[in-house]
Design a protein around this ligand. Structure first.
Ligand code: COA
Length: 176
């Protein structure tokens, strides 16, 4: 099931991030695998504003999580990560669909994210979920700032792109 993340989930979320990140070693991106997971304070910002969800197993233990910002009227997927023990069962796609439903409720315009172009489970994966790459000149101010910050952090050592997709279903017209 998918539910809102809460502070008691932080150790599991941090453990998932640390273990899932190891996959980046297989493509020579050790620096990404070595990244520190989100701190409790960083996670607080997402849980306190209702923009963090986990999928859970039958014991209510997190198996995957997603963190979302609101940028340029879009639900921006800051991070989606699946426990490697539960990978390739559709949990990543399920969480993204959950965010899509939330974005519709919030009257946002769509979903966005930034990701690595050449990592098989990054841009090619999101393309299969309906995301399209955005050229630098297509970025609004918020996403431009995200990309600049990422460049400052050194993430552009590997080809990286912003991507977006519209909401899965159009909004019902509002009744007058
Ligand atoms: C990217 C990620 C969230 C996908 O979640 P998932 O639940 O495994 O993905 P889904 O089950 O929805 O989709 C599976 C598809 O993802 C792609 N995929 C997942 N892991 C992959 C891997 N190691 N290598 C290549 N493709 C992969 C494949 O297309 C796969 O389809 P297939 O199993 O039919 O080949 C997950 O692999 C993950 O947490 N990765 C590490 C962290 C990360 O890179 N997060 C995204 C960047 S912020």
């Amino acid at each position: 099931m998918i539910r809102a993340a809460r502070p008691a989930d932080y150790p599991a979320i941090q453990d998932i991030e640390q273990r899932a990140g190891q996959a980046f070693r297989t493509v020579g991106m050790d620096a990404i695998a070595d990244d520190d997971p989100f701190s409790d304070a960083e996670l607080d910002a997402y849980t306190a504003s209702g923009r963090a969800w986990v999928s859970t197993d039958q014991a209510d233990k997190p198996t995957a999580y997603v963190l979302v910002d609101i940028i340029d009227c879009m639900a921006h997927i800051e991070q989606v990560t699946v426990d490697p023990a539960h990978a390739r069962k559709g949990l990543g796609a399920l969480l993204i669909e959950h965010v899509d439903g939330w974005a519709r409720e919030q009257r946002l315009d769509g979903l966005s994210l930034t990701t690595f172009v050449e990592v098989p489970w990054n841009a090619p994966y999101y393309e299969r979920l309906g995301f399209r790459r955005l050229a630098p000149e297509q970025l609004d101010a918020g996403l431009k700032a995200v990309r600049s910050h990422e460049a400052e952090l050194g993430l552009d050592r590997w080809p990286r792109t912003a991507m977006a997709r519209p909401l899965a279903e159009p909004l019902e017209p509002l009744q007058p």
